[in-house]
Design a protein around this ligand. Structure first.
Ligand code: VG1
Ligand code: CO
Length: 543
């Protein structure tokens, strides 16, 4: 087997976004594209000689081919060991766990997460560091710099290896250990949660549906919910991963998981339902007749985490992304623990988790997680909810009502305007940024602005600063709008508008969400010139 050094020329735009480098699959399939990006990662981290890497993906189209390319390159670059999920599969939280448990130096995750898969859809690749979390900005910036000047990559002159059998094989001088993708992750869940109580819950006739959306969590959910906890067969829906996610959009929200939402809203629906995304790090939580917004879910989990064995000593603190509602802030205040506001993207939580400052983290985009790994974790959130339901013996709806009656309710919705013309979206953001300083005191429709700024994050652990992390507009009475452009899309620009309004515990806690937020939505449209600039009168997706 020969190590080859191939010459190459840089590809434009290999700049990692919110979570790795996401592009159209056909872009990734260009000869040399994966190679240039992977060699740039290796170069940016000082090489991989003698290192251990965890490698796996969500099984989408091109996962099988790309992983072979990456393995050959890891070997040619001198890596000692690659730990790979059987069939090339690993959910993102399971990969994070493996990196930590096995003391690996880092990992490569092949996924475009909630983006659809297929030859005409999206592919992605992400580098995670030795704490198991996504590479922080300093590293993703260094990777991008490398991609601009890359001139050669190393690979092996050898055929693909079989990733179907558990065991260790060699690839050049590197060992490839093929592991069961579920085993270690399931063991970790059993440490954190009261599996006895969960078994009893299912034995008592409690009903649940989990929609794996034809993505990577199917095998995890089946093994844990059905095989271990005794939920009846059929609890897991769409549980067999497919390369194009059944031609669906593996994003667990009321739009893309509508059949599940319709099910829980019906009279004979299950007591509890959940869904996860392409790579298994997101979650959607539903109860009979009720959808739990991710922001509320984080707050409920923070308030109740101590009911699960893994968190019985309480939580150190909570962190949420800036656009996530302030619901968890009120819980943190009541618990007298720290609460942090970070930019969008899980990479900003890593330092806080490593420093032991926070135990739970969450994002409005259906991501929740804890210090058990360094990624958000869909099934973990589902199991924590189940543990809370088992202990409190209340319905999801009652738990939510009880929460609002204690802490008040943060009405919240995100409006997405997808595939907007990039120039129009950038223009909107630039012009709004330019007038932020003048907004305070002005009235738009029924709302008066109290403060407006562009969010900069100061990492209290390593002192790094990240600018331009979203535009915030606060209104009199505690309402808020946030505008930012997505960093995970692959077509045009996606403008995200996040709307929030707080209602005190004594107030009206059961207004329909969009009605509750109507004034703030209208004021935000007036301030930003949304309709004229995007040509859109309504969002594509409201979550
Ligand atoms: C989106 C979400 C963000 C999340 C990111 C990755 O990013 O808003 O909260 O961390 O996706 O999630 P953006 O830049 O498009 O708003 V995943 O599950 O797609 O890795
Ligand atoms: Co994801």
């Amino acid at each position: 087997m020969t190590i080859l050094t191939q010459t190459c020329t840089p590809f434009e735009g290999q700049k990692p976004g919110t979570s790795g480098l996401r592009k159209k699959t056909r872009v990734y399939m260009q000869p040399g594209y994966v190679e240039c990006f992977v060699q740039s990662i290796f170069n940016a981290i000082g090489g991989v000689a003698g290192k251990t890497l965890v490698i796996g993906g969500d099984g989408r189209y091109f996962n099988a081919e790309a992983i072979q390319t990456i393995l050959r390159m890891a070997s040619a670059n001198g890596a000692a060991l690659a730990i790979v999920g059987q069939g090339g599969l690993l959910s993102t939280p399971a990969a994070s766990n493996l990196i930590r448990q096995r003391g690996a130096d880092g990992g490569l995750i092949l996924s475009a997460s909630h983006n659809p898969g297929g030859i005409d859809e999206d592919f992605g690749l992400k580098y995670n560091i030795s704490n198991g979390g996504p590479a922080p900005e300093a590293i993703t910036d260094a990777i991008f710099e490398q991609t601009k000047t890359i001139s050669s990559y190393k690979t092996l002159d050898t055929a693909d290896i079989d990733l179907g059998q558990i065991g260790t094989v060699s690839l050049g001088d590197m060992a490839v250990e093929i592991v069961d993708p579920v085993e270690d992750y399931a063991a970790l869940m059993e440490e954190l949660f009261d599996f006895g109580a969960l078994r009893a819950l299912f034995a008592s006739g409690f009903t649940m549906k989990f929609d794996a959306m034809h993505a990577v969590t199917g095998p995890y959910a089946k093994a844990i919910l059905e095989d271990t906890l005794g939920a009846p067969e059929g609890t897991v829906l769409n549980g067999v991963p497919s390369v194009d996610f059944g031609k669906g959009h593996p994003d667990p929200n009321p739009i893309w998981a509508k059949p599940l939402v319709d099910m829980v809203m019906s009279d004979d629906g299950p007591d509890f339902a959940a869904a996860s995304d392409g790579d298994g790090d997101r979650n959607m939580i539903l109860g009979k007749g009720v959808y739990v917004t991710p922001s509320d879910s984080l707050a409920v989990l923070a308030a109740n985490a101590h009911l699960a064995p893994g968190y019985e000593r309480g939580i150190a603190g909570v962190a949420r992304s800036m656009p996530t509602s302030g619901a968890c802030d009120r819980v943190a205040e009541a618990l007298a623990v720290e609460c942090f506001e970070t930019p969008t993207g899980w990479k900003f939580f890593g330092n806080l988790l490593d420093a032991g400052r926070v135990t739970l983290c969450g994002e409005e985009s259906a991501g929740t997680g804890s210090d058990h790994v360094r990624e958000k974790d869909g099934l973990w959130a589902v199991l924590l909810w189940l543990n809370i339901l088992a202990v409190r013996k209340m319905s999801v709806k009652d738990i939510l009502q009880d929460h609002w009656q204690t802490y008040g309710r943060n009405y919240y919705s995100r409006h997405d305007y997808e595939a907007v013309d990039s120039a129009a979206a950038n223009g909107l953001m630039a012009d709004l940024t330019a007038k932020l300083d003048d907004l305070a005191g002005q009235t738009f429709g029924a709302c008066t602005v109290t403060m407006a700024d562009s969010f900069s994050y100061h990492d209290s652990v390593d002192g790094s600063v990240s600018h331009n992390q979203g535009l915030r507009i606060n209104f009199e009475g505690g309402g808020r709008a946030v505008l930012r452009l997505s960093g995970t899309g692959t077509e045009g620009a996606t403008l995200r508008v996040y709307l929030e309004r707080y209602e005190v515990p004594e107030g009206d806690l059961n207004i329909e969400t969009q009605t509750a937020l109507k004034d703030i939505a209208e004021a935000t449209a007036l301030i930003s010139g949304l309709t004229e600039r995007t040509g859109r009168t309504a969002p594509n997706v409201m979550t």
